[in-house]
Design a protein. Structure first.
Length: 242
């Protein structure tokens, strides 16, 4: 295919299939919010995501405002160059070739400014699209927040609430602990140390302590068996006949 055919075909595909430049709602639901093990943890994560996107919206607003001002400046520069061209054309110079060069230089600058303006317009359109996509994500997160809060009722806890933190970390570590047991994978020492930092009443710590006690008991029994196997056998002394 020729260059024009490739570009035409690519544009047809881009017009046919629209892919928003954002997370899918499924991704936000399952892997951003849904991965959190408790309702309060989900609320905290939603707030983090909203805060990050709010900053992005502020940045996009500034970019769009700057773009509008720059577009006006482009128009002013082009208008000023047009005036200069008209003024140069009126001059009666002994060397018209120099005047013609000045006029040509300004015409080139006008063309460059117009191309820059077109590029800025396209860039602004992309920013507007991204702005819309961020608002779509924020709308989803706001609805998710309302849904989680409705489930929690009035039980929304601040980030440093001890009970809420204990519940969240217990559930996170319990999930990791159970997965390793089910998949028959060894427990990572760092995971064990982290679990042991939890309060004694945490269910995952209770399970871990029971497992460690059983393991220790098994090792002691195995050690006793090994010791018995390697213990030297004493040969009875031969009886001396009189």
């Amino acid at each position: 295919m020729s260059t024009e055919e490739i570009l035409t075909k690519a544009q047809e595909i881009l017009n046919k299939v629209k892919l928003p430049d954002r997370h899918s709602f499924f991704q936000l639901e399952k892997f951003v919010i849904g991965k959190e093990p408790t309702g309060n943890a989900q609320v905290w994560q939603i707030v983090r995501e909203l805060d990050a996107r709010h900053e992005t919206v502020d940045a996009y607003k500034k970019d769009l405002a700057d773009a509008e001002d720059n577009l006006e400046l482009f128009d002013l520069r082009v208008e000023r160059l047009d005036i200069e061209i008209r003024e140069l054309a009126k001059l009666d110079l002994e060397e018209p070739s120099a005047r013609d060069l000045d006029i040509k230089e300004r015409e080139i600058n006008i063309r460059k400014l117009r191309r820059e303006k077109e590029s800025l317009i396209k860039a602004s359109q992309k920013v507007k699209k991204k702005f819309e996509y961020v608002l779509e994500e924020m709308n989803f997160l706001v609805l998710a927040f309302d849904s989680v809060v409705a489930h929690l009722g009035s039980d929304i806890k601040p980030l440093d609430d001890r009970e809420a933190q204990q519940e969240m970390w217990n559930e996170k570590l319990l999930e990791e602990f159970n997965l390793r047991i089910l998949l028959q994978r060894p427990l990572d020492p760092e995971l064990v140390r982290t679990i042991m930092c939890l309060p004694d009443v945490s269910s995952v710590k209770i399970h871990l302590n029971k497992m460690l006690e059983a393991k220790q008991k098994h090792m002691m029994e195995q050690g006793a068996k090994q010791k018995k196997l390697v213990q030297p056998q004493v040969e009875p002394k031969a009886r001396v006949s009189s």
